[in-house]
Write a protein that binds this ligand. Structure first.
Ligand SMILES: *Cc1c(COP(=O)(O)O)cnc(C)c1O
Length: 485
């Protein structure tokens, strides 16, 4: 940044850096070297401030308004966790330090954070050991399925299939397929849970395991887990718990106690890390004792003298799945979050998350069709089927909410429910904010009855209204907002 401003102060256009200040790599062919100073835009500090402030306003943020995006747990992230992650003693560490001779003593604090986080997550989930390395939920799934494969290989099992309910997050079948398995999809029953009869029908000795989200993406807690788990274990299969929805059960129910062998958690959902737009994330994987030896390297260990070290000597390990030790900044935020809330605070988190979702479901029930009419967990699932009959679809309601300053809920997911609208308020929203959301939804329903055509123009307040989202993702134009002068 310093160079940019030095070169561009008014009156110093064309200013060339003294030769000695330009870092020239002698091994680079001269035809690749720049002959003139780089041309940066001519801007004052004020212009820069305004540019970024303007951009930040275009970016929807939880710091400004409710973000009830189902399946994403967009909760408020306490600023305290940001402070912890920014502490120079952590932030300035070089990731190679632990491997340098004598470097270990400089990273004892960081290793202790990793060690304690693993233990605390183990306590929360009822798992024997954790790896903090996976860099996202999907990466945790892949790691988990690779651990499953290592387990079966070591036992000489010939397994081909992973069973996944049809309500699962799309990453589940993708991860299982990348790890080399074929997918068997099992349909949901009328109450939103897994259809046990259909599960029994596909169960054979070639089943490696079952991936399950609980509560699932219907926002429903599956009360047949113990039975499902017994069925899977009977064919020497393993139970995989997709813990991305842990915000519903944190401190209330431990996957390890109900028969799961592996879990992944999304620290960036349940444990308060800013996320969205693709990252950064952290998807730690926990396992029961019989799978521990397969965990990725390195492992943090505590020596008899109380000091911490990294252990790479793990002959049965599936190997490296990420560089260094995972997304350390995210792990640090989760650590700070757990310290901040304590055991009772974490328990209160899921209590309030579930209460808030049920409050929304109850208040919106008259206006919107509920997908499953039963107590929901941390998110509630509606269908815009009544509004669709009037020509207004889930996407139209979502776009209408944008003009109210509200981030839309998730729409058209899960795929098992037509015109799905999936609302996850999280525990950090107040009663007042929930009521504002309810009012906006009720208003949208009223408008659908009186003037359905109005919906075609929403949103009216955004620079882009209704992009072709697939095209926008594939042919991204990041210069769209750049000043054209
Ligand atoms: C978010 C989510 C995932 C994937 O997590 P990423 O960090 O986005 O890869 C998997 N399963 C469920 C149920 C989720 O909600």
């Amino acid at each position: 940044m310093k160079l940019i401003f030095e070169q561009n102060v008014p009156g110093r256009q064309g200013f060339k850096l003294p030769e000695s200040d330009v870092p020239v790599n002698a091994s680079l062919d001269s035809k690749y070297l720049r002959q003139d100073a780089a041309r940066f835009p001519e801007v004052s500090e004020l212009d820069v401030v305004r540019h970024f402030t303007r951009l930040s306003r275009l970016n929807f943020s939880l710091d400004a308004n409710i973000y009830p995006l189902g399946s994403c747990t967009m909760k408020y992230n306490p600023k305290f966790t940001e402070k912890a992650a920014g502490m120079p003693g952590f932030a300035d560490l070089h990731p190679l330090l632990p491997q340098l001779k004598g470097g270990e003593r400089y990273v004892q604090g960081a290793l202790e954070v990793l060690y304690d986080t693993e233990r605390w997550l183990g306590e929360i989930t009822g798992m024997k050991a954790f790896t903090l390395q996976p860099l996202a939920g999907a990466h945790g799934e892949l790691t988990g399925i690779m651990l499953m494969a290592a387990y079966h290989k070591a036992r000489g099992n010939n397994k081909k299939y992973i069973i996944i309910p049809d309500s699962a997050h799309g990453t589940n079948p993708a991860s299982a397929a990348v790890a080399g398995y074929q997918i068997i999809s099992v349909p949901s029953d009328k109450k939103g849970g897994m259809d046990i009869a259909k599960l029994k029908a596909v169960l054979t000795d070639e089943v490696a395991g079952l991936m399950m989200t609980c509560p699932d993406t219907h926002g429903v807690f599956n009360s047949s887990i113990s039975e499902i788990s017994r069925l899977i274990h009977a064919v020497d299969g393993l139970m995989y718990y997709d813990g991305a929805n842990l915000n519903a059960t944190l401190g209330r129910c431990r996957p390890g106690d109900v028969g799961f062998d592996l879990v992944h958690l999304n620290l960036h959902k349940t444990f308060a890390t800013p996320h969205g737009g693709g990252g950064p994330g952290s998807g730690p994987v926990g396992v029961t004792a019989r799978l521990e030896k397969f965990l990725p390297v390195s492992r943090v260990v505590k020596r008899a003298d109380g000091s911490f070290a990294l252990d790479y000597d793990r002959p049965d390990s599936i190997g490296y799945i990420a560089s260094f030790y995972g997304n350390f900044g995210i792990i640090l935020r989760a650590y700070a979050y757990m310290l901040l809330l304590g055991g009772d605070g974490l328990k209160a988190t899921s209590d309030h998350a579930v209460l808030n979702a049920n409050y929304l479901m109850h208040r919106l029930k008259k206006n919107y069709q509920v997908a499953f009419d039963r107590i929901c967990m941390h998110e509630c699932l509606f269908s815009a089927s009544r509004q669709t009959a009037l020509g207004v679809h889930a996407i139209d309601i979502a776009k209408c909410l944008i003009d109210q300053g509200i981030h839309p809920p998730t729409v058209y997911f899960p795929l098992t429910v037509k015109e799905a609208i999936m609302v996850e308020p999280t525990e950090t929203e107040s009663r007042e904010t929930l009521d504002l959301f309810v009012d906006a939804m009720i208003e949208a329903d009223a408008l659908a009855r009186t003037n359905p055509a109005a919906f075609h123009d929403f949103p009216r307040t955004m620079p882009i209204s209704r992009p072709d989202e697939t095209k926008a993702a594939r042919e991204m134009n990041v210069n769209f907002f750049a000043p054209t002068a």
